[in-house]
Design a protein around this ligand. Structure first.
Ligand code: NAD
Length: 394
């Protein structure tokens, strides 16, 4: 009986599932939209001009080097569970075992005009787009003198929005020097519907974040809900509309819609239900991980849509697919929470690492250390050496 393993999506979960399969010499095919894997947790750096977008990518074939590992560049458009094929724009791929790690898409909550009139931080292309757009707004200001071009609004005060804000606070003064613009004319705002930014960190650390960001020049507008967007204008509840040259939406995520379209049992954010072995509840030969999965671990803890959870899920999936094929017992996911770290610009941040609160430079360093750990996990010393010169400063 054949056991064709197909992995769709080369995010953190997909890549780690693949490296585990390579370790036990299990052949597989991976289909991904791009020939590279990118570091989602570092995209804010690329958007904020810290490094070239390509510094935040690694070629999949540079990681998955075994001749039995096939990598196909194609965009998946459909999962056909009945025929046991995945349909792409350029072909169809059959499977006996399927690993779905397709990640997330922005959640707009049905807010009128938001999709059409905002930028998102979703992949290296959109990160580059944000960066180029902001530079173009500086150039537009020089040509027509309209200060609206210099207002940047980040909608959503979760980790994505706040890390991006921290990065922009670092980059904007450099842009001001480059274009000869008075820094006091630049208006960097965060708009958050809830009473607080960063619900994931403790109240004390949140205060540190608020203070750090406001001292560096950002305006944090909490209790301010975005209700509508038009070209260059955000409408919010209870306040004047905000006119801005750059509008970025980081207000939420949902699973790739292909899962719901394929008829999996999904939650309200489109994630497909899996058991603690990460098998779909609808099909024991389909494993789902990362932001595509609706999951509780072995202890019944809901698994959050974070990179560290995706990495742990990927490893369990790789091991379990191999075990299932060979009739061996599978293992349950036991989530190890290593903490949450939010960078507030290069070298500073807040969060907790292994339950210990950290702030300032220590948090920045802890975040750098997690990058190195991940690179090590993915590609050993070779990849750490390749990428640290560009991305990680140790
Ligand atoms: P999120 O859902 O965590 O945060 C979105 C924020 O937008 C919320 O605070 C929400 O109240 C706000 N919002 C929603 N609708 C709004 C509206 N109409 N007007 C104004 N504000 C509105 O989304 P995220 O920040 O993209 O994070 C997604 C996931 O990725 C989370 O699980 C997060 O923990 C994880 N993540 C982790 C890191 C890290 O560990 N450093 C970094 C980025 C993301």
């Amino acid at each position: 009986m054949s056991n064709r393993i197909l992995i769709i999506g080369a995010g953190y979960a997909g890549m780690l599932a693949a490296t585990r399969l390579e370790r036990v010499s299990e052949p597989f095919t991976m289909v991904n939209k791009d020939p590279y894997h990118y570091f989602t947790t570092l995209l804010h750096e690329a958007a904020g001009g810290r490094g070239e977008p390509t510094h935040y990518t690694v070629q999949i074939k540079d990681v998955l080097r075994k001749p039995t590992s096939e990598v196909i560049v194609d965009e998946v458009t459909k999962i056909d569970r009945e025929r046991r094929v995945v349909v792409g724009k350029s072909g169809e791929y059959s499977f006996d075992y399927l690993i779905i790690t397709l990640g997330w898409v922005p959640e707009y909550f049905g807010i009128e005009g938001l999709k059409e009139n905002s930028l998102v931080l979703r992949n290296v292309d959109t990160a580059a787009h944000i960066r180029n757009h902001i530079e173009q707004q500086f150039q537009a200001y020089l040509s027509d003198g309209d200060e609206t071009h210099l207002r940047i609004v980040v909608g959503g005060g979760g980790l994505t929005g706040i890390e991006l804000l921290g990065e922009l606070l670092d980059w904007v003064p450099k842009l001001c020097v480059k274009y000869g613009v008075n820094p006091s004319l630049v208006d960097l705002q965060n708009v958050e519907a809830m009473p607080n930014i960063l619900p994931q960190v403790s109240a004390t650390l949140r205060e540190v974040a608020v203070q750090t960001l406001t001292e560096r020049g950002a305006t944090l507008r909490t209790n301010t809900k975005i209700v509508k967007a038009e070209p260059g204008v955000l409408h919010v509840d209870g306040a004047e509309p905000i006119r801005a040259g750059t509008i970025i939406w980081t207000g939420g995520v949902r699973a790739n819609p292909l899962l719901a379209e394929a008829g999996f049992t999904v939650d309200r954010r489109g994630k497909a239900k899996v058991n603690a072995y990460l098998q779909s509840v609808d099909d024991e030969r389909i494993f789902i991980g990362g932001d595509s999965a609706w999951c509780e671990d072995a202890e019944g803890k809901p698994v959050p849509p974070t990179a560290q959870a995706a990495m742990q899920m990927g490893k369990v999936i790789g091991d379990n697919v191999s075990s299932h094929i060979h009739g061996q017992p599978m293992r349950m996911l036991t989530l190890k929470n290593k903490g949450t770290l939010a960078s507030l610009g290069p070298e500073v941040g807040v969060g907790d690492a292994f339950g210990i609160p950290v702030k300032g430079v220590a948090a920045g360093l802890a975040k750098e250390a997690t990058k190195v750990e991940y690179l090590w996990e993915l590609g050993g010393l070779r990849l750490v050496a390749d990428k640290t010169g560009e991305v990680v400063h140790i």
